[in-house]
Design a protein around this ligand. Structure first.
Ligand SMILES: [Zn+2]
Length: 284
């Protein structure tokens, strides 16, 4: 299986390094790290979608039916057609129909915006995430994070409940419908209740774990002490549904990243340095 690392959306929040830990300019840079997996027998598999064509079709200024104004401003979201998963997949020589499966870490607006660009794909998601995202929303954060207009057009859902397959000490869901056993969902609640990472067994025997929004900053992994920028600390706190579960899962991931260094490479959805290193074939 070949894994491509794509950036399917860019946010440039005011604060620069207060968010991304490295920008000298007043605007930071966060990415939407998605994976495109070329499988031998199961077509193309996408992990998360970032922003989609229908998101970028709405210019700044006016109301946006799919991404709410407070979050557009807070994150200073750049909506660029060339960054959508569909356009990047086409640039690699494929068509939308070639994407047969999409696995989503969760259904926040910056992960699910491109689902409708792949009408032939089955969308794999934890059942709790589906219920929370598509049901009625209580509270400001829920109304802004889960956007029905991004999800209404998706018809082929596959939802998963119980996770009982062991994966490096985590409970995982193996045997995703129509997918090879080398691709697993690893529930990591805290950011949302139905949030999950996606683990992929690489051809070299190691693993790639897309950790979604289980953490946001590269310094939160691979070191004995957690390090996170103030901006991303605050954003993670704003978006969490449960602080204890989020931090417990982050601690477990950090231990995994240390103990299995060399076997498991981990990247989250929004750290640009992690994405660049994955694209260069030298993950952190
Ligand atoms: Zn996110």
């Amino acid at each position: 299986m070949r894994i491509h690392h794509l950036n399917c959306g860019t946010d440039c929040p005011l604060g620069g390094a207060v968010f991304d830990g490295r920008s000298i300019a007043p605007l930071g840079r966060l990415v939407c790290h998605c994976l495109l997996i070329e499988t031998a027998a199961h077509g193309l598999v996408l992990v998360d979608t970032g922003y989609g064509l229908r998101d970028v079709a709405h210019p700044y200024g006016g109301p946006h039916p799919r991404i709410t104004r407070p979050w557009r401003w807070m994150l200073n979201i750049r909506l660029r057609e060339a960054e959508t998963a569909i356009r990047q997949i086409e640039a690699l020589g494929h068509r939308a129909e070639d994407v047969r499966h999409i696995i989503v870490t969760h259904l926040d607006f910056d992960h699910a915006g491109g689902l409708e660009d792949f009408p032939n794909a089955t969308v794999h998601v934890m059942a709790r995430e589906y219920d929370d995202a598509t049901g009625p929303h209580a509270g400001i954060v829920a109304r802004n994070r889960w956007r029905h207009p991004q999800l209404d057009g998706v018809t082929r859902w596959r939802r998963y409940g119980a996770a009982g397959e062991p994966w490096f000490g985590f409970d995982a869901v193996r045997d995703l419908d129509g997918l090879p056993p080398e691709i697993l969902l690893v529930p990591l609640p805290g950011h949302t209740w139905g949030h999950a990472g996606v683990a992929i067994r690489r051809d070299d025997g190691g693993w790639m774990l897309h950790a979604g929004d289980a953490y946001f900053y590269r310094g939160e992994m691979r070191g004995a002490r957690r390090h996170c920028t103030p901006g991303l600390r605050a954003y993670q706190r704003l978006m969490e549904v449960d602080a204890t579960q989020r931090m417990t899962n982050q601690d477990r991931l950090r231990r995994l990243s240390i103990e299995r260094r060399g076997t498991v490479s981990i990247a989250c959805a929004h750290d640009a340095v992690e994405l660049e290193r994955c694209q260069a074939g030298r993950p952190l």
